[in-house]
Structure formats: structure tokens, C-alpha cells
Design a protein around this ligand. Sequence first.
Ligand SMILES: Nc1ncnc2c1ncn2[C@@H]1O[C@H](COP(=O)(O)OP(=O)(O)OP(=O)(O)O)[C@@H](O)[C@H]1O
Length: 340
Amino acid sequence: MSQTVGGYEITKEVGKGIFGTVYEARRGQGELTYALKKLRLGSRDADEVLNQLKALQAIQKEARDTEVPILRLVEFLHQDDAFWLVSRYCDEGSLSDFLLLHPETDENQNVKFMMQIAEAVKYLHRKDIVHGGLTMNNVLVCSQFGGFVRGRTVMKYTIKVTDYGIAQMSAEDIFLHYYYRYDTPTRFYTAPEVQDGIYTKESDIFSMGAIFVALTDRTPLKIGDHHSIVPFIVPDIPFGQALNTSPSRIRLSEVAMQDYSRKDSLKTLVMSMLSTDPKDRPTAEAVSERVQAIGNATGAMAGVFLGIAIAVGGALMGLWPLFLVGLLGGLMSFYLLIQG
Ligand SMILES: Nc1ncnc2c1ncn2[C@@H]1O[C@H](COP(=O)(O)OP(=O)(O)OP(=O)(O)O)[C@@H](O)[C@H]1O
């Protein structure tokens, strides 16, 4: 017999995290699919959680008008002594699942994902919300129809950062064990200072840097029954833990993002996000600005190559208007590139 919670019919269990269990659900005759997360709060006081959820909802209402890529609550339900968080169902699952299924994702797409993640963290920090558990698992991917190319359907992928502020809602016994558990990839994203019980906005920046490394390096690791993409140095030693024990011996720039030159602007940014001392890390606002600039430059570079290809094609075929379009497009992209 299927279970119904507040009018939502649960269709299947999607997975379990430390803070609760996620179910897929439907409501009425509608086509929409929802995700229902039943929170595991431990000994935490229900009234306190209720207040925190209301505060989160108020902030989300504001975010609705600004297209910030965070997953919003449709509503939350308090039933049978449990809190259920209702949100949109993201059909592609977590970013880690997505990358395992779509290994062909290109550098352009990587930078787009980075821009969206940085935008979400910038928004949360501006609202004084520390995420508290940023990993590839808390970044979900939603797909939507993106048009047709050569008769084939093309999907457009967008990111939704989820589970912000949830870690702080749980009881301390759950919270303290969260960051260094061996049965989830979380510890690979945990900042070094968290080992000393400190978690701040700067710790979120470290975790975001670790996500960026995982995105570029794509190292898969089997944890329990699941494969996950992790930012990885040598087998089984997470960045944060390694930096906490022997910061001077770890040269992250030599082991992470090896395909990027030492001076590459993306690599320089990510390495600063992974600084051992939280004070040396950039703010979310600065990360967002710099990733945006890198994205613009990547786009402009692609424009230069496309312009050259069109101009050469036009010249070879004697189609001079096409040559001119390619030449002008290429020059314009080049101008944007040197300006950026
Ligand atoms: N809105 C959603 N749409 C689709 N899948 C979701 C949604 N929210 C969570 N999931 C999936 O449900 C599973 C459990 O998620 P949950 O957030 O509870 O744990 P986690 O993030 O994997 O681990 P932890 O909470 O311990 O960090 C994950 O596989 C996640 O990708």
C-alpha cells in the first residue's frame, strides 16, 4: 500500500542521507514529480526547527524572483512528529550521478555549472546562511527541453544547490559525525578547520573549490555500493584532512587539476579557494565574479574559432558575404576576449 503525506503520494524511496530519507512523490492528477525529504533531527527541539524552516522559506520567497539556482521548498509539512520538506524533483539526480552518466560534458559546460554553483553560494552568504554541507551530492541537476539540433532533441541542464542550512538543524551528535563519515563522499569536500569544530562561510568556499576540482578532474571512487565523483589526491586521503595534518607537505597545485597550467586563471582561483588558512580564501562574491569572467573568456574564445572557421569556409567556397560575417564575428569575439 502506498503512503500519502499531506496529499503527496509517495511512489518510491530515492535515497538516504545523514539528515533524512528522500522519496519521489506525486500529487493529484498532475504531471509534476516532487521530492519529499523526511528530516532526521535526532534530539533537536521541534519548535526550534520549525522556526528555522520558516526563516528559510522567507528567504526562498525572495530568491524566487531572482532565478538564483537554489532548490526551493514548495512547502514543508509537520506530520506524525516528523518534518517533511517538499521540493521539485530533479530528474538527473546529483551532480556526481550526472557526471558519471555524461562523461562527455565539456569545459564550457563545466564553467557554466561553476557559475551557477558560485551564484547560489553568493546568494546564501549574502543572506548569512552558511550551507554547511556543500558536496557534489547536494548539487542537483534538472533537465529541460533545449530545442532540436539536426533533428535530435537537445536537453538543457541547470543546477540547483540544495540542503543549505540543514546540517545546523540536526542534533549535535549527527552534526559532528557528518563531515568525516566513511560511508559518504562528504569528507572529501570538508575544509581542514572543520576537524577543529569550526564551520564558517569560508569552509563553504573550500567545499566549493573541492567541487570545482571534482568537476574538472572527474575521479570516480566506489564508496559503499555507489560510485561518486570526488576531488582526490592519493587514494583515500581527502584534501581537508591532509591539509589539517601536514599543510606544508601538500602541494595541491601539483596533484589537482593537472591538465591545467599553473598560471591558468581557473586553476589559480580554485587553489586560492582551497587555501589551508580560511582567511586566504576568496569570498563567494569574488569567486562568482571571477568564474563569470572565465566563462565570458571561454565563450569569446569559442566565438573566435567559430568566426575563423566560417571565414575560411566562405573564402574556400567563394561566398564572400559568408567570409565577411565570419571575419566580423571572429574580430568581435577577439575584441571581447581582450577586453575581458
Ligand atoms: N529534489 C531532489 N530531486 C531528486 N533527487 C533528490 C532530491 N533531493 C535529494 N535527492 C537524492 O536523494 C538522495 C538522498 O539525498 P540526501 O540529500 O538525503 O542525502 P545526500 O545528500 O546523498 O547525503 P548527505 O545528506 O548525507 O550529505 C541522493 O541520491 C540525492 O541525489
